[in-house]
Design a protein around this ligand. Structure first.
Ligand SMILES: *Cc1c(COP(=O)(O)O)cnc(C)c1O
Length: 463
């Protein structure tokens, strides 16, 4: 299977090469040139299969020609070993037609563990064959950083450097990063905003000699291996609930960078029995507005109770636009240039129509989020985190428009990660799982740097 860039001006690569590259050389995102298909007999045979059997099958559809079956299976087993629930992603029933898919049983308690644990073992495997050294560099406002650190800590030939805005992540989120004391883990608190961190990272990536010298590599959700790993839980949920072409499921997905829900779209493209994908946004609702009006218009990022979704430019949306433009890279480049210049672009009518066929979108503000945490707790006894609550609110809106399918809500993070919101919504302080019980007393290690690229460049070169 070959992978090509959404911008059409970078070389085609294999799955493993695209995974190591991350962003394409033309700043586009990699996608397979055709969709593999889940065949009916395999779907039926895997009905009662384990999560890792499903992951081996799904990742194999995308990676079979660049990873031997035995290697692939071993990598999948290794990537899922740190998950602490026998089902890996258990389904919890909320009412007669609605389920939560719990994606927070990994080492850092958010769904990003699925993709990053896999990327971690895959990168380690690929480097072992190549004698190369890499430096994983990224900026985080919270969940991505800790998931990446958990995935790469202690791995040979890899340094990981994660920038966070000083004082911004919650104490739990910060400690999930800074208490990992492995020698190859380097946390840097930047005295600035998340945007300062991201700008610094971008500047270092654009420095070709430095990139070469350190083997800089990115772990944000533009990496195709992350998307592929996430397709598994959509397939697994369809199989466990017995979905078929006659009985389709719909999924509701709290959305920021559009990585998680794009994996759902891929699941539908490879033939899984999925009807609608519901985009749930918080007050940073660019995607909801785009679906409604056909105009994609950027606004100021507003902080919310669901910080992992406080995003205005959803990088993975580029993948969807490319597909809806029938893979016309030139048309995509033109649309993106317009968006960059004017902060706004109008999607072609055919694109909007196709978008509305597969997607619905609804937004929840902080008041809706808190009241949904409350009403869910009252009706079901389930304590959900603010991101999941945004999803449940969107799902209830979708019901009101007449959507009658069985609905799966992705539960993206463990409620204990967001104690302040939970305290104000339901007066509860959900406990951290046993393995993180002493998180608040563990030793921390990080350095603090001013928001200028030169200090950062110097610091990284000494690591
Ligand atoms: C990252 C994240 C999101 C947003 O997911 P995308 O793939 O960026 O759309 C939502 N909720 C939580 C808890 C997250 O960590």
């Amino acid at each position: 299977m070959r992978y090509h860039s959404t911008r059409g001006q970078a070389p085609e690569l294999s799955f493993t090469a695209a995974s190591l590259t991350g962003l394409a050389a033309d700043s586009g995102l990699y996608l397979p040139t055709t969709w593999p298909q889940v065949d009916a007999a395999t779907y039926a045979r895997l009905r009662t299969a384990s999560y890792t059997d499903w992951a081996t099958y799904i990742v194999g559809l995308f990676a079979a020609d660049s990873l031997a079956p035995a290697t692939l299976q071993q990598l999948v087993l290794q990537a899922h070993q740190p998950f602490r629930h026998a089902a890996v992603s258990p389904l919890v029933q909320l009412d007669s037609a609605q389920w939560l898919l719990e994606l927070f049983h990994g080492p850092t308690l958010a769904f990003k563990d699925y993709a990053l644990q896999f990327l971690g073992v895959l990168t380690e495997h690929l480097l072992a064959d190549s004698n190369r050294q890499v430096t994983v560099l990224g900026a985080t406002s919270g969940d991505t950083g800790s998931a990446a650190i958990a995935a790469f800590a202690g791995k040979p030939n890899i340094n990981i450097v994660i920038l966070h805005p000083h004082g911004q992540p919650s104490e739990i989120q910060r400690r999930q990063m800074t208490t990992v004391l492995a020698n190859n883990v380097h946390n840097i608190a930047i005295k600035g905003t998340f945007d300062d961190c991201q700008d610094a990272v971008k500047t270092l990536f654009s420095d070709a000699p430095l990139k070469q010298q350190l083997g800089l590599t990115a772990v944000n959700s533009i990496n195709i291996a992350r998307i592929v790993a996430q397709v598994t839980y959509y397939a697994y949920a369809c199989a466990k609930l017995g979905a078929t072409a006659e009985h389709l499921l719909s999924f509701c997905v709290p959305t920021g960078n559009f990585g998680n829900i794009f994996a759902g779209y891929v699941a539908k493209q490879i033939g899984l029995p999925i009807n609608k994908l519901i985009i749930a946004s918080n007050k940073n609702d660019i995607l909801t507005r785009t679906l409604m009006t056909g105009d994609m218009k950027i606004e100021q990022v507003e902080p919310s109770l669901s910080p992992s979704m406080d995003i205005q430019i959803s990088s993975n949306f580029e993948r969807l636009l490319f597909l809806l433009l029938d893979r016309d890279a030139a048309a995509l480049r033109q649309l993106l240039a317009e968006f960059r210049t004017h902060g706004c672009c109008t999607l072609p009518k055919t694109v909007i129509a196709k978008l509305r066929q597969d997607f619905m979108a609804f937004a929840a503000d902080d008041t809706d989020t808190l009241s949904t945490i409350q009403s869910t707790y009252k009706a079901t006894g389930q304590v959900v985190d603010p991101h999941t609550a945004v999803g449940l609110f969107a799902a209830s809106q979708a019901r009101q428009t007449g959507l009658s399918d069985c609905l799966i809500n992705l539960a993206c993070a463990h409620p204990a990660k967001f104690p302040t919101a939970l305290q104000s919504a339901v007066g509860l302080h959900p406990p951290l799982p046993d393995f993180l019980e002493d998180l608040l007393t563990r030793q921390e290690r990080y350095v603090t740097l001013p928001p200028d690229v030169e200090s950062l460049r110097q610091h990284i070169q000494t690591l």
